[in-house]
Design a protein around this ligand. Structure first.
Ligand code: ARG
Length: 467
């Protein structure tokens, strides 16, 4: 049935492929991970052939059994791959045909590797998303736990990396959590669009065999079947979109890592990264380096690169299947592998991090942080803001020239300012409570945000996933 050592398409060929051509074209080394999906999709196809009356019920059972066997052998690393197996699809078909002879040779009727590969890949990616999602949720939960504990911990908020206005640590941590919640939403939207079966599209024009793509989609658990067979085999925007969402997620993880790195800098010492998430130096005995956070920060580049790689492959490609499309898989696989390495490591790093309150509290006493509060108090007292800004600015400059700060203002100097709150304006706790608006840094707002986040996560738990 199959010609040993020759590709399954070799009928009209008199020559063997050149070795270097075969080496370039072979995707088995990476697409072998689609084997479970390929078996599943092949079984759905077999049942379709049976329902169309093209094979007998017993033949369908035999084929299904052989497909499962081949799948198990591949999973257990017992399957004998052949040098002529171009990809996992050819290998599985050959394995089945070698077992079953004529019945095996019926498997590929009405299908093509073009509809097969894209259906396999969609299933694989929807499944992989479930694992990535769990990792994102774990990072969010770690942030929320610290935020709950530090709803009242005042820290200097920065703009341009310089002390700006007081915030709470909980508020800053939740800023990262909200970004990650948007990532979850983005991926969820993607999953809805990606849940489309291409099986039955064939090479590009379906087939003459009376197969039912709707039934195939239902069998595979997809939300829908293709609407257009040319689009079905050409479309890789589900892959591109996944990589785009992952690139954005990577950016968010990178920025979280960057904050941890800044805060753990010896100069600030606001957070201590647990030893289990640090490494030593081969030369300097005293070092404890925050490599995990650094690597998370760096991986964003790799994830963005995968999106650029696939986008560059796709742009300008006419519709229909082209072998160019084989290039879709490695970026996707590496993207998922990268996220599966990054997310648990970052989650662990955040979970075990301990915040050092004394240096943070000391930094929050930097009186410059409260200059805006002074200006706003003047506004409440009726001074136009621009005038208030100028007055406080001049006061800060004069104090600085005298080697003093707002914290050194004397009683008479406060009296001169004519602000009823007086030195209390420099109190960190008052300053964050005074910013009580929802979405602001006050402890009350932080608690409200946590409740809202918990509701969002709980609503997700109940959501149905793709196939
Ligand atoms: N290995 C191929 C891929 O990943 C499968 C499809 C091959 N189709 C073809 N017409 N040569 O894209």
């Amino acid at each position: 049935m199959s010609d040993p050592g020759r590709p399954l398409w070799s009928g009209r060929f008199s020559k063997q492929p050149a070795l270097e051509a075969a080496v370039l074209g072979r995707s088995l080394s990476f697409d072998v991970r689609l084997a479970p999906q390929d078996v599943k999709v092949s079984i759905a196809h077999v049942l379709g052939l049976r329902d169309a009356g093209l094979i007998a019920a017993e033949e369908a059972e035999t084929l299904e059994r052989a497909l499962l066997e081949v799948g198990e052998e591949i999973a257990a690393d017992r399957f004998a791959f052949d040098a002529a197996d171009e990809d996992v699809h050819s290998a599985i078909e050959r394995g089945v045909t070698e077992r079953l002879g004529e019945v095996g040779a019926k498997l590929h009727a009405g299908r093509s590797r073009n509809d097969l590969v894209v259906t396999d890949l969609r299933l694989w990616l929807l499944d992989a998303w479930g694992r990535v999602e769990a990792g994102v949720v774990r990072v969010i939960r770690a942030l929320v736990r610290h935020a709950r504990e530090h709803a009242e911990t005042v820290m200097p908020g920065t703009t341009h990396g310089r002390a700006a206005q007081p915030v709470t640590l909980g508020h800053h941590l939740l800023a990262h959590a909200w970004a990650l919640v948007r990532d979850l939403d983005r991926f969820q939207g993607w999953a809805g669009r990606a849940s489309v079966s291409a099986l039955g599209a064939g090479a590009l024009a379906t087939s003459t065999l009376g197969l039912d793509p709707t039934a195939a989609a239902r069998r595979l658990g997809f939300a829908d079947r293709f609407a257009n067979s040319i689009d079905a085999v050409s479309d890789r925007d589900f892959a591109q979109e996944f990589l785009a969402d992952a690139a954005i997620l990577g950016t968010h993880l990178s920025r979280l890592a960057a904050d941890l790195l800044r805060w753990s800098d010896e100069a600030l010492g606001w957070v201590e990264i647990d030893e289990a998430y640090a490494t030593g130096s081969s030369m300097m005995p005293h070092k404890r380096n925050p490599d995990v956070a650094e690597l998370v920060r760096a991986k964003a580049g790799r994830l963005a690169g995968h999106l650029v790689a696939l986008s560059s492959t796709l742009q300008g490609l006419p519709l229909g299947y082209h072998r160019d499309l084989q290039e879709d898989k490695e970026p996707l696989f590496d993207c998922v592998d990268t996220l599966q390495a990054v997310l648990p490591a970052l989650a662990g790093c955040v979970e075990t991090a301990s915040f050092r309150l004394e240096p943070m509290r000391r930094a929050a006493r930097d009186s410059g942080l409260y200059a805006t509060d002074l200006a706003e108090a003047l506004v409440v007292a009726g001074v136009p803001f621009r005038e208030a800004h100028r007055r406080v600015g001049e006061l800060v400059a004069r104090l600085e020239a005298e080697g003093r700060s707002l914290a050194d203002l004397s009683g008479p100097e406060w009296a001169e300012l004519d602000l009823p709150e007086g030195p209390a304006l420099l109190d960190p706790d008052r300053a964050v409570r005074a910013r009580g608006v929802p979405g602001g840094p006050s402890p009350e707002s932080v608690r409200g945000q946590i409740e809202a986040l918990e509701r969002r996560l709980a609503a997700r738990d109940g959501e149905g996933r793709g196939p």
